[in-house]
Every structure is written in structure tokens, then in C-alpha cells.
Design a protein around this ligand. Sequence first.
Ligand code: 3BY
Ligand code: FES
Ligand code: FE
Length: 421
Amino acid sequence: MKNVDIPSPARDVAVLINRRAVGHSLEADFYTSQKFFDLDLTAIFAEHWLFSATEAEIPDPGDYVTVGVGPYSVIIVRDDDDGVRAFHNVCRHRGSRILQDGCGSVGNLVCPYHQWTYRVDGTLVYVESQPPQFDRSASGLRSVHVRSIAGLIFICLAEQPPPDFDEVAAILEPYVAPFDLKHSKVAHQSDLIEDGNWKLVMENNRECQHCDVAHPELLTAYFPLFGYSANDIHPRIRPVFDRYRAAQEQLTQACSLTDFPRDGRRELDTRITGFQVSHMPLDGSGSSFGPNGDPVCRRLMGVIPDARFGDLSIHLQPNSWFHLLSDHAVVFRVLPLGPERSIVRTTWLVHRDAEEGVDYDLDGLTSVWNATNSQDRELVAGAQQGVADPGYLPGPYSMVEGDVEAFVSWYLQRLRAHVRS
Ligand code: 3BY
Ligand code: FES
Ligand code: FE
């Protein structure tokens, strides 16, 4: 395959979608062209359920976050009945943005242009100088589909959202609910601008082949079994397997104390709302992402019965991943900013009564994933530079990059479905 003499943006997207070699990284245009960026916004981000925020970010009525998805801005707001609503951040008068900030708290939603005023349930309550026959009830804010899975808020911009989300929510709910994220608190949040296409950010998350070299801090919490199978009887690895089995046994016991679902599930590219959930014990003291698997917060989450509760990890297509641990949760959201730029938001959640300086210190809580994120940021930037180089050709995934293949396969299926429709 030769790609150096073809002017990249001019190629037809369908040709590129159809000729992708299974088990290989995508051609450059997918990561660099405006054409694919625009297609990704319409076919992926405007059509699928997107993890957007946590309920902990909007604990009280009137609390809101805004989410920018390409040209869209969406207001996610807590209403007066403790529900979560989502609206296009677009005034029904002459279209002005209503809220400019990323988060805040309001009594009503007041457009800054001519002060049309909406309740937090979207109804229009105040307008000036309209004729007497003006019907306010027809000019409420346009709602956006929104769902919370046990405190994790998803929005969908499509008129008809993917129909399988209820099913996925029902599968995930029993894993997430025991952590009671709905009543947790945000201990910290970071926004990282990445010099890379959003798919490179996701692909990087979907493999840990790079972890051994890139993530020394993160790896202290995981069993060093990368690349080995249970059949490997290398004498150096044997004791690690024994330790791992004992930790698995202990985790099974801990799960049985609360009827926590024990088995993982992997449906990354076999459904529209692709997901994976897995629950792994941690190494060392087995509690959390502290050095040597140590706890990072004294208060346990929700009804988690044991500090040694491993890492409940959830991967969702197209834009998120989550680590829920006994003493905190760390949740990740990726949004595209341009063909070669993305934003990764990381949110650390702890029990709502956990006090900074008493139960946790911020550096201890966040240092591993701050380090990991910035290491990943470098890797993604390097990958972007490489795929944008005229010398780039798609290369083969390894045997431990199955979830990268699953991500890309899911993505292409969704593009095909969009192009067909
Ligand atoms: O964040 C994840 O889901 C995992 C853990 C380390 C890298 N990544 C594959
Ligand atoms: Fe919002 Fe006029 S555009 S009040
Ligand atoms: Fe990484």
C-alpha cells in the first residue's frame, strides 16, 4: 500500500472505510483530515451516547455543567426534583448561547442577550416585548437525551438514540451502584489538551502494551503479568501467579459479601453501545492506586465492604473509561477539538464525607493518574506526529492489542451504518 502520492483530504471516505485491513491501524486520513473529523462528529459524536459528566458535579438544584461537542454545546443541569436534565445551550429567541461557563449554579437559565428566562426544567418563564398572543409554552429549551447510570451522566444528541442503551445501563448498574457515585464528591478535576486525534487517545487507552515502559507509577498497583498467560510456568512468574490467584480468591470473597457481580463482560464491538467491564485484583497491599497498591483515601466508597476491592474498570465506546476502587473513583472523558486535537477530562471522586487533609491528600489521590495522563499525552502526541508523516503506513496490531482492534472495528461499523443511512 502506498499513500505518499495521493492528496489525502481528497480521498473518498467510503473507499478508505472499505479498504481498511483488519488488524491494522487506520490510514492517516482518519487521524488528520477535516473530512473524517466532520464525519466523526456527525456519525459518532452526534449519534451515540457520550459519557459527559458525573452527578457529583451537580449535587444541588440549579448546578450545571456545559459540554462542548464540536459545534454543539449542551447544558446538563440538576432540576428542582433532583433529576438531571440536558438542553441545547441555545436560546429560543435568536439563538444566543445562554451559558458561557463550563460549570456553575443558577436559579433560572437567563439568556444574556435579551434576558429570555428559562426554568431549570427548560420551560420559558419570562420574555419581554413579545405580542400578547405569543405562546411561551412552544419556546422552551430544546432538550437533549440524558441518562444517568448510577451517577455517571450520558447524553445523546441524536433524535433517535441507539436503542440498546437501556440494556447496557441495566448490565452496568449493579457494578457501579455499590460505589454510590451519585452521592460522592469531586475531589479534583483536570482538563488535558492532547495534540492528537480523539481516536488515538482512545486507542492508547485500549492497550497496555505501552504500560511497562511508559507507566512506572501506575504499574506498581497492577500485577506484573503483562504478556503472560496462566500456562506460563516460567519460574520467575510462578510466584506472581500464585499471588494473583490468592488475590482473586480474596476478591471473590469480598464480592460475595454484597452480591457484587463477579464476572466481567466484553461487548466492545458487538453492539452499538460497545462496552467492557472487568474487575481485577490489585497487587501489593491490594487496595488502591497508591504506591504499592496502598489506599489513597480513608473513607470507602458507597457500600464497598472491603478496602481490598480491586479495580473495577469500565470501557465504553466511543469516549470514556472508568476505574472504580474501594476508596475513590477516577473517570475519563474524551472529546474531539479538531482533527489533531482532543480534550481529556479526568475527574476524581471520593466519598462525600471524605475530608481533604484528613481522609486524603490531593497529591496522594491524584499523582498516579496525573503522571499516567501526562505520559499518555506524550505518547498520543508522538503517535499523531507519526501518522501525519507522509512516511506513515498502517501497521499490524499485536496479540495484546485486541481491544484496540475492537475499538477500530466498532468505529468502522458505526461509520458504515451512518454512511448507509
Ligand atoms: O485505563 C485503562 O483502562 C487501562 C489501565 C492502564 C492503561 N489502560 C489500558
Ligand atoms: Fe436569547 Fe434574545 S437571543 S434572549
Ligand atoms: Fe497509558
